[in-house]
Design a protein around this ligand. Structure first.
Ligand code: WT7
Length: 629
């Protein structure tokens, strides 16, 4: 690839990295393009299957694809037991640092032991294969243990990000019909306690299916424990039943592993469903090649386990690869902006994977903070969540990576489960581009009619062939699955992003084409924010849009029409902001709430957000022929 002259600003991978990684990534594109199924099957053979598949891909009922049909396995078994049968059992699987500086580590042996104990507890509470368990915690090891314990017994985990609040949690408990909730008493964030258990108590008042609540003690502050329903995790883990014999449930490759809620075009968040077999093959393979994980690596994905990035690349991917995964509880700049760099030095982190918003946030404090630390252990860097602006890319590359670490700008989604468009360590890089589709992935940029557009023209980003870790459906809503992703162009997966491809075939993501806003890399739906606003008695109608923001990428601006009898005061506007925070979560709080008399709507009554956006940015709103008023 490097022989061809590439256009634009290009960075070639440092020699050392190529030497290290080349054997693993050079020939992959070629072999995968020859036969996609054979490529995935050969990767799958590196994992443990209790029974082998009879068919790699079953596409007889599109778009309900099946992978590794007939196979039996368990992803948690592959994450833990497999390593415990080798000398790797004494190697660290997980290193954790708390915001207050506490430290805890788990060898593969220890993580396996804790997972089995917790799996036995869940079983003794009546959790069976296929039951849903919701987890609502900060970044603590018990979240990882909880996810793996569910997977081990074939229960479906549903992790709700600890930054979400009452209504968001309630909706997710209700929709998933969870039997058990695992919650922490609280979470540390910038020296303050987020009252997770209190929020959960409020959400539980209306969640009828939850029978048991297991509470992890993290902050130790006073909380309410409802007798008969709430139990302490640490007490349960000391019961003799925790040491019952092995509780492994060997499952079908296509059995569900987890559901994860994400925002879409309508107000109701949708649960994306992933399975044991295909997801395991996808996350294992992509992490191995893209971050070139080796036995001795210490790898840090600074996302939250509550999002897909954490599921795939803090928990499952690194453990499947037998690496050491690092987890940090707190904020990057707490108590000072040196915190991350200090931990990279302290633990000798080799690979750092984070989001553009975090990079921009840290960059603001200047070079002196990172320069004070020895970051020479770093070999590779990663970025995810939104397009990275070239300025942040260069800072990351020069100041953090010392021009020695290639940056893997990985484009993917909750739905895709794994990296889809991404460099590998041998790929020449262009700041701001995710470069090329991963081997075995066929991506394209198309026009309204589904035809490929010319180089550098903007269009819809689509994926043209199935891949193992693709979502299987939307929980309880197969029609929405078909309509949302597969109906615009039959046979092509619609990503919801717009993009362009340059003359070298490099992909450049532009942004969402639907009503999804990425705030600090978090995905939020305009409809969720709007429905939170109208749930306040003062609001008759509401609209939310995303506008560019220097650190967050996008920030939320909202417009409301007040009900008669309410007056526009600063107090009311602040109350509305806080109300959204209470209903959805602090990340969804609008920067600004503006009172208007009217909202631009189409004749069918749909809010024309692009008109609001153009107005806010002082731009031409374009074609207004469908505007009612
Ligand atoms: C959306 C998916 C997948 C992990 C985190 C987000 C945007 C994601 C990139 C990137 C440009 C990106 C897209 C995508 N996105 N990674 N490297 N460059 N945009 O998962 O919450 O499901 O969001 O995030 O718009 O559709 P998610």
């Amino acid at each position: 690839m490097s022989e061809k002259k590439l256009t634009g600003e290009v960075y070639f991978p440092p020699k050392d990295v190529v030497k290290y990684a080349n054997a693993r990534c050079e020939k992959l594109y070629e072999s995968a393009s020859e036969d996609i199924e054979a490529f995935w099957a050969s990767e799958a053979k590196n994992l443990f299957w209790h029974k082998k598949w009879s068919q790699v891909l079953d596409d007889s009922n599109k778009p309900f694809y099946k992978w590794f049909v007939g196979a039996k396995t368990n992803i948690a078994y592959n994450c833990l037991d497999v390593h415990c049968q080798t000398p790797r059992r004494n190697k660290l699987a997980l290193i954790w640092e708390g915001e207050k500086g506490e430290f805890h580590s788990f060898s593969y042996f220890a993580l396996h032991r804790e997972t089995c104990k917790f799996a036995n507890i869940l079983k003794s509470l009546g959790v069976k294969k296929g039951d849903r368990v919701t987890l609502y915690m900060g970044r603590i090891p018990e979240l990882v243990i909880g996810m793996l314990a569910c997977a081990r017994i074939g229960a479906i985990h549903s992790v709700v990000y600890g930054g979400f609040s009452v209504e968001a949690l309630h909706e997710r408990l209700e929709d998933s019909q969870s039997k058990v909730l695992i919650v922490a008493d609280g979470a540390w964030q910038r020296g303050k306690i987020i009252e997770l258990k209190n929020i959960a108590d409020e959400a539980l008042q209306r969640a009828a299916t939850v029978e048991s609540v297991l509470v992890v003690k993290r902050t130790g502050h006073q909380i309410n424990m409802e007798s008969g329903r709430d139990m302490w995790y640490h007490e349960l883990m000391n019961l003799p039943i925790a040491n019952n014999s092995d509780c492994l449930e060997v499952v079908d490759a296509e059995d569900p592993l987890f559901m994860l809620y994400t925002s879409g075009t309508t107000g109701k968040p949708k649960a994306i469903l992933h399975t044991h077999g295909g997801y395991m093959v996808g996350t294992y393979t992509t992490l191995k090649y893209v971050f070139d994980i080796h036995e001795e690596d210490r790898y840090w994905c600074a996302a939250d386990p509550g999002w897909i990035t954490g599921h795939s690349y803090i928990v499952y991917g690194p453990l499947l690869n037998g690496a050491t995964s690092f987890l940090y509880e707190g904020a990057p700049t707490y108590p000072y902006p040196h915190r991350w760099w200090q931990m990279i030095e302290k633990y000798g982190i080799n690979i750092l994977y984070t989001a553009p918003t975090a990079i921009r946030g840290l960059m603001r404090f200047g070079d002196a903070w990172p320069n004070r630390y020895d970051l020479s252990s770093l070999r590779l860097l990663g970025s995810v969540g939104e397009p990275i602006n070239p300025e942040a890319w260069r800072w990351y590359y020069k100041v953090i990576g010392k021009e020695q670490c290639p940056i893997m700008d990985t484009w993917w989604q909750t739905e895709t489960g794994m990296f889809m468009i991404t460099p590998m360590p041998c790929t020449p890089l262009k700041p701001g581009s995710g470069t090329k589709p991963f081997p075995g992935i066929v991506a394209d940029v198309v026009d309204e009619a589904g035809n490929s557009v010319k180089p550098n023209e903007e269009g819809y980003l689509v994926i043209k062939t199935p891949w193992p870790s693709m979502l299987r459906t939307i929980w309880n809503d197969p029609d929405r699955y078909v309509n949302q992703y597969w109906s615009k162009y039959p046979g092509m997966y619609m990503t919801g992003d717009s993009a362009r491809k340059d003359e070298d075939g490099y992909f450049w993501i532009i942004g969402r084409v639907d009503d999804v806003i990425k705030v600090s890399g978090y995905r939020l739906g305009t409809a969720e924010i709007e429905s939170a606003l109208v749930s306040h008695p003062a609001v008759a109608e509401a609209a939310a849009i995303g506008l560019p923001h220097e650190v967050k990428g996008n920030a939320i601006y909202s417009y409301v029409i007040l009900r008669s009898g309410y007056e526009k005061t600063d107090k009311l506007l602040e109350e509305l902001r806080l109300h959204v925070g209470h209903e959805v979560g602090p990340i969804a709080k609008p920067e600004q709430v503006e009172v208007v008399d009217q909202l631009p709507k189409t004749r069918s009554g749909k809010i024309m957000r692009r008109v609001l956006k153009a107005r806010a940015l002082g731009q031409d709103p374009g074609n207004l022929s469908t505007l009612e008023e």
